[in-house]
Design a protein around this ligand. Structure first.
Ligand code: COA
Length: 254
């Protein structure tokens, strides 16, 4: 099982559990997340959901082996189902991150309502360094949070940034000591579970509906460029370089 699910006292906790691959998301995990979120949206026993990760890292992004294999065909499939489910999840959704959050491990947080990070968590948006483009509507959600220049800096360079920077630019609500993250998130989730659900759901809907069309349009057009880019020689070089633990050589391509 690479995705654990537990509901206690109205709080659903979805835990990415593929620690040997730093919780890199494969097709089965996307499928599991999409199904769990879709079910939870309609389940009266769930009032709040949390996504967190097992092991020493929250999520290392999409499984790069799936980029290489040609398994990704666009939004028709498990990734598209996951993006739809997380972006339309009607109830409060909390991201709890520690260690590292990379690629979709960051962009999925843009669809959470609240995000808490353990001190020391590193964030990376490596799409350009993989010769790809950003996804999950991050090309509209990131500039919406922090402005064009700061979003461009994170996306163009793909450098690691700290949890404190993520908090400053609005990706994260608060940075908490590593050993306090689970308790802090539990406390916040229980506090929300005690509130009137219908009011929370309507508030979330009112907050999100302004951007609804732009978010789903962006997901669609990003996915077209993303899938087209997967087969490009620059991307093949970047994927090979990751597994060979070396820097990619993009200068060989004109
Ligand atoms: N896809 C596939 N495998 C991945 C992976 C990914 N996204 N991220 C990590 N792994 C695998 C590694 O290949 C390694 O496998 P191995 O033990 O069989 O060699 C294992 O997970 C451990 O990773 P490693 O890099 O050795 O761990 P680390 O602690 O040194 O670094 C990270 C952890 C998260 C910083 C690093 O793995 C990383 O940057 N991964 C992200 C890759 C990426 O660019 N993802 C975005 C895709 S859009």
């Amino acid at each position: 099982m690479t995705l654990r699910s537990d509901t206690t006292d109205g709080v659903l906790r979805l835990t990415l559990d593929r620690a040997d691959k730093k919780n890199a998301l494969d097709q089965g995990m996307y499928r599991g997340l999409a199904a769990a979120l879709t079910r939870a949206g309609d389940d009266p026993a769930v009032r709040v959901a949390i996504i967190d990760g097992a092991g020493d890292v929250f999520c290392a992004g999409n499984d790069i082996a799936d980029f290489q294999s040609g398994a990704l065909k666009g939004l028709d499939g498990p990734i598209g189902d996951f993006l739809w489910a997380i972006s339309t999840f009607p109830k409060p959704l909390i991201g709890a991150v520690h260690g590292a959050a990379v690629g979709i491990g960051v962009t999925m947080l843009l669809h959470c309502d609240l995000v808490y990070a353990a001190a020391g968590t590193k964030f990376v948006l490596p799409f350009v360094n993989l010769a790809l483009v950003p996804e999950a509507a991050s090309t509209v959600l990131l500039p919406g949070l922090m402005g064009h220049q700061r979003a461009a800096e994170l996306l163009f360079f793909g450098d690691r940034f700290t949890a404190e920077h993520a908090e400053r630019v609005g990706i994260v609500n608060a940075v908490v000591p590593s050993d306090a993250l689970a308790d802090h998130v539990d406390e916040r989730a229980r506090a929300l579970a005690d509130k009137p659900l219908r009011s929370l759901v309507t508030t979330k809907n009112l907050l999100k509906k302004r951007d609804w069309d732009a978010v789903h349009r962006a997901m669609k057009s990003e996915a077209e460029f993303f899938v087209a880019g997967l087969g490009a020689p620059e991307a093949r070089e970047a994927f090979a370089a990751f597994f060979e633990r070396r820097a990619p050589d993009f200068r060989q391509f004109s």
